[in-house]
Write a protein that binds this ligand. Structure first.
Ligand code: ZN
Ligand code: FE
Length: 259
């Protein structure tokens, strides 16, 4: 049984901490800063950091990797197509890795960066997805390196995973993402409800993650590009006809960039 907690870092990052309590071993995902992880290890004597999973090369995801590796000897996994400091295992699409007894499948999700990968664990009851800055709660990552078509395809691959999959993304952006979602779909009751729920959580400084794919499909505009209401909203806004879900996605992303 693996317990998963978030270690906050910087202003809005989360470093996911996976804990194998029986063996007192743990792993972290995207440690942009070593300090919160080292502080946790200090509070938990006897625990060993065995693995570090990295989704992409941005500093807020890899900044703590080398210090943690030097301090603990942890093995570092990361995307093969990017420069990842201290990487021991280079991962390509469809690779599989076993971490703390969990089997993860690698899904290449280019868009935010070109080599970005996600880690998916197909556990029967609670499948897990660590998707970095690709799929956010009610949003998606900015396109720093890839094209809208690439990102749209990446999100389609993630959306095809089981609806009950728990989505562990790396930033607390949910509330601002939902403000945008409300602008795209003012009549969507699921978005309205989630906006209220998340407003409450944030008012108490609580985390809004993990999400589920089921909830994302109901409330995340970037997974709703085939909805007539989303397409029509964009057609109306841009004064053009968006012929495909991919062009709807591109229009949404450009709108959100300026929102
Ligand atoms: Zn990033
Ligand atoms: Fe980030």
């Amino acid at each position: 049984m693996i317990q998963i907690d978030a270690l906050p870092a910087f202003t809005d990052n989360y470093i996911w901490l996976l804990q194998d309590t029986a063996n007192q071993r743990c792993a972290v995902v995207d440690p942009g800063d070593a300090a919160p992880v080292l502080a946790w290890l200090e509070r938990h004597p006897g625990w060993q950091l065995s693995d570090i999973l990295v989704t992409h090369h941005h500093h807020d995801h890899v900044g703590g990797v080398e210090q943690l590796k030097a301090a603990t000897g942890a093995r570092v996994y990361g995307p093969a197509q990017e420069h990842i400091p201290g990487r021991d295992v280079a991962l390509d699409d469809n690779a599989s890795v076993r971490v703390l007894g969990l089997d993860f499948q690698i899904i290449a999700v280019p868009g935010h960066t070109l080599g970005h990968i996600a880690y998916y664990c197909d556990q029967p009851e609670t499948p897990l997805l660590f998707c970095g800055d690709t799929l956010f709660a009610a949003g998606c990552g900015r396109l720093f390196e890839g094209t809208p078509e690439q990102m749209h395809h990446s999100l389609e691959r993630l959306a095809a995973l089981p609806a009950k999959t728990l989505v562990y993304c790396t930033h607390e952006y949910t509330l601002s993402n939902l403000r945008f979602a409300k602008a795209v779909e003012p009549q969507n009751p699921h978005i309205a409800q989630r906006f209220d729920d998340v407003t409450q959580l944030r008012a108490h400084n609580r985390i809004t993650l993990p999400s589920t794919l089921a909830l994302e499909k109901l409330t995340n505009p970037f997974l709703r590009t085939t909805e007539t209401s989303v397409k029509e909203k964009l057609d109306e806004r841009n004064g053009t006809i968006n012929p495909t879900p991919s062009t709807v996605f591109a229009g949404l992303r450009a709108w959100k960039d300026a929102f």
